[in-house]
Design a protein around this ligand. Sequence first.
Ligand SMILES: Cc1cc2nc3c(=O)[nH]c(=O)nc-3n(C[C@H](O)[C@H](O)[C@H](O)COP(=O)(O)OP(=O)(O)OC[C@H]3O[C@@H](n4cnc5c(N)ncnc54)[C@H](O)[C@@H]3O)c2cc1C
Length: 511
Amino acid sequence: MAVGIWVLNDQLDLLQAALASSKPDQARVVLVEAEVSLRQRPHLQKQILFWSAQRHFAQELRRHGWTVDLLEGESHGEVLSTWQHDHGITELRVMEPADRPIREAIERLCRKAGWNAELIWLANNHFLWSPAEFRDWAGSKKQLRMEFFYREGRRRFDVLMEGDEPLGGRWNFDQENRKSPPRGLEGPTPMWFKPDAITTAVIRKLEGLQSLHELPGSSRPFKWGTNRVEALDVLENFITTRLAGFGPYQDAMVSKQTTLWHSLISPYINLGLLRPLEVIKTIERRGLEEKVPLASLEGVIRQLLGWREFTYGLYHHFGSQYPTSNALDAKAPLPLFLQELGGSGMGCVDTVLTDLKTSGYAHHIQRLMVLTNLGLLAGLEPQGLTAWFKAHFIDAHDWVMQTNVVGMGLWADGGRLGSKPYAASGRYINKMSDYCKGCRFNPAKRSGADACPFNVLYWDFMARHAVRFRNHPRMALMIRQLERIDGDELKAIRATAAGFEWAQPGQPPCS
Ligand SMILES: Cc1cc2nc3c(=O)[nH]c(=O)nc-3n(C[C@H](O)[C@H](O)[C@H](O)COP(=O)(O)OP(=O)(O)OC[C@H]3O[C@@H](n4cnc5c(N)ncnc54)[C@H](O)[C@@H]3O)c2cc1C
């Protein structure tokens, strides 16, 4: 019997379950660089990271004594079938993918005629809560709320606890973490890297394939880390330079300051280069040693132990139909400016898209309160927008995308993830950012030619969904405000909203 271990490209960890089930002299490891993934038109930065990290991991495995084949080819099926025959592999071990479609694709591949190896799944050990543990927690609860899941996680993994009580006597410091940015706010310089020979080769390969696939974004400069050592450096840099300041300006958005106090660890943790519990425990220990303000320390632990695990748990708990959710019956196609990463005419949207184009990154509030807020208000079709996010973000994977875009961002799941839609007008964006300065639209206006499109869309959204939200405990107030708008003005607002022809080629919305 010859054992093969297929390491998927987001499982780049020496301790991952399939590798842990064997020893270097007992199995052959395979990794695949398949061009088929380019058909989804991923952002160049994302694809460079994925392929380069995989190549670096192959090197690391070899250093640890593993026999490794890194296969390049058109499709996974094609190169793996040949590999399996060539090496007489009779048992293929794979750690369960975090993404459902990948598991289904692997099962299809192994059912194909001529495939002779038995497929063995090993439980995924890259999350703190397995889908089964999450299901047990969810039990028959009527509502699944992140806050209660997070508290359970704090107890279960003994993070920021004093016995049974939360450290500092409170579970939640959100109210202290929502400061708007003062003029000239600057965050610490983030840690970036120069591409090494492996990364440079990947950049060249992808630039060569560029004309065939028209991949979005820029390939250079490429500044992300591509291996575990660099990922650990980024974590260390976050702890020493940004952890203490993480809390207060967590929700702030500042031009040319994309990263502020955010950690930038999502690409690494999602690829397996960092392990969730090591990250959480290191941040906790160092934060306490260095007497970091509890609001900041709790703020970042909440993201990792709370939101990250919750979105993964929900993704599996809600099942395969979740991506088809469309509670608000949103049908609008994607505007051209999203495909082109710029050209909307709106200061906020264009600033975020410019950052995204060069780095593949935007922080949480840029994603939520600018990009999906726009999608929610404009009624963009949920899976179209989810696919766009998945292609364009450096840290995007199906498990994290579906719940964040469909649930948190678009409320397309009708409130299964979040009790109310994150709908916000231009006032919020103006309060939390400097994006409105210099924008040709006026964030204080909701009608007229220079009215901020977020205001126009906000009231149009409330009007479209007034019946649904009139009795909603957290939305009724907004509907009452809507009802106070003069009838003629509301008509004008709605006519302006209906006139945005964002999806038409060559017609940016607000030029
Ligand atoms: C519309 C939308 C799309 C998103 N897409 C992704 C995605 O593709 N990949 C991704 O990892 N996160 C995604 N998020 C969650 C979050 O925005 C990113 O994890 C975060 O911005 C990554 O940057 P950071 O590492 O600097 O995060 P920080 O702000 O420093 O947060 C620390 C860590 O907490 C975790 N985290 C925080 N919020 C979430 C969340 N809502 N869901 C899951 N993990 C979270 C991440 O691992 C992150 O690295 C999305 C959120 C929204 C609203």
